[in-house]
Design a protein around this ligand. Structure first.
Ligand code: XLS
Ligand code: MG
Length: 346
């Protein structure tokens, strides 16, 4: 029997959020980076994910030299704490330059800004000791169909990806699809789209994906199937587990919070395909509920990992032989009940 995976866990500084939503202000006071790193260590996590400006705040106002200096200091700090940087991602949805999109903006100056910022993020990833660049293509889409051309946007995207691949021969790009929010429609809504566009680039082997459970649900897809699909291509290089209650705003609920059976199937997909065996991390892109008090602020992270580990046990103790016999007999009725009772601990 193959050896069991020993999972490594990760989250980002934005996952210790303050509770702001479009209808109201924060409900918890902001904490600085040191506090968050400390929290990550205290929780026993292995790595942190970074947007470029999580690593170097106000990155756009700083010189190359200053950015390099701060990144090196951060890397030293992380090494000292025994914490890895899992990935770096350019935060391309925040700047005034990217109001109408980044790589697919109608404005050539905005497209240039987006590419330059991405190349700088690759340099940052190098200093931080990771070869994973995550691209959540937040504003690559439209509010209204007539504003952009999908075909033209795909060409822009390929041009941008090619520049990144050429800039660094080792970088691997993990595209994080999401079908909507902030846009009405995003151009890369699913893993299928991400892997298809990878094929048009100069080095398809270095363009893969990152799956976020909530984003699959928002696309009306099953996250477990998306995981197995990406793993079939050897292209799942990072993972944002969380939960989502149907088609509404992006909720980033604790893993398993809404649909425990779906969470079980996601863990089962990871176990079945050997995710984590090549050093990939399990990251939780979860947020505390707005109602969360300061003293309970880290619970969503601790609880998500607890649920994950409990489900790993459930997957490993699942009666595969019995399941196979029911499948052979096309007795999906009892297979269904068997899963339910297994999850209920019977
Ligand atoms: C937003 C995304 C974001 C990315 C990081 O919906 O999940 O948090 O994971 O850029
Ligand atoms: Mg995410």
């Amino acid at each position: 029997m193959a050896k069991n995976t020993k999972y490594k866990f990760c989250f980002g500084p934005w996952n210790i959020s303050e509770g702001q939503d479009p209808y109201g202000p924060t409900t918890r006071p902001a904490q600085n980076f040191d506090w968050k790193l400390n929290a990550l260590k205290k929780l026993g996590y292995d790595a942190m994910m970074f947007h470029d400006d999580d690593a170097v705040p106000d990155i756009d106002s700083k010189s190359e030299q200053q950015i390099r200096k701060e990144a090196k200091e951060l890397k030293k700090r992380l090494d000292g704490e025994g914490i890895a940087a899992e990935m770096v991602a350019p935060r391309l949805w925040f700047a005034p330059q990217t109001i109408d999109g980044a790589y697919t903006s109608n404005d050539p100056k905005a497209r240039k800004y987006a590419i330059e910022r991405s190349l700088r993020t690759i340099d940052l990833a190098n200093i931080m000791g990771t070869n994973i660049l995550v691209l959540w293509l937040a504003r690559e889409g439209t509010y209204l169909r007539e504003a952009k051309s999908c075909k033209r946007s795909m060409e822009y995207l390929v041009q941008a990806l090619d520049k990144m691949l050429a800039h660094d021969k080792k970088i691997r790009i993990s595209i994080e699809p999401k079908p909507n929010e902030p846009m009405d429609h995003a151009y890369i809504p699913t893993i299928g789209h991400a892997l298809a566009i990878a094929q048009l680039t100069r080095d398809a082997n270095r363009v893969g994906c990152l799956i976020e459970s909530a984003h699959c649900i928002l696309a009306g897809l099953d996250p477990a199937d998306e995981i197995e699909f990406a793993m079939t291509f050897g292209k799942l290089w990072s993972l944002h587990l969380n939960d989502q209650n149907g088609l509404k705003f992006d909720q980033d609920k604790p893993f398993g919070s809404t649909n425990l059976r779906s969470a079980f199937n996601q863990v089962r997909a990871l176990e079945r395909t050997g995710y984590g065996k090549r050093g990939e991390y399990v990251c939780f892109d979860v947020h505390p509920f707005r109602t969360t008090k300061v003293e309970h602020w880290l619970k969503h992270l601790d609880n998500s990992r607890r649920t994950f580990l409990a489900l790993v046990e459930k997957v490993r103790s699942y009666d595969e032989k019995k399941a196979q016999a029911l499948i052979a007999d096309r007795n999906y009725q009892d297979l269904d009940q068997m899963v339910i009772e297994h999850l209920l601990g019977k």
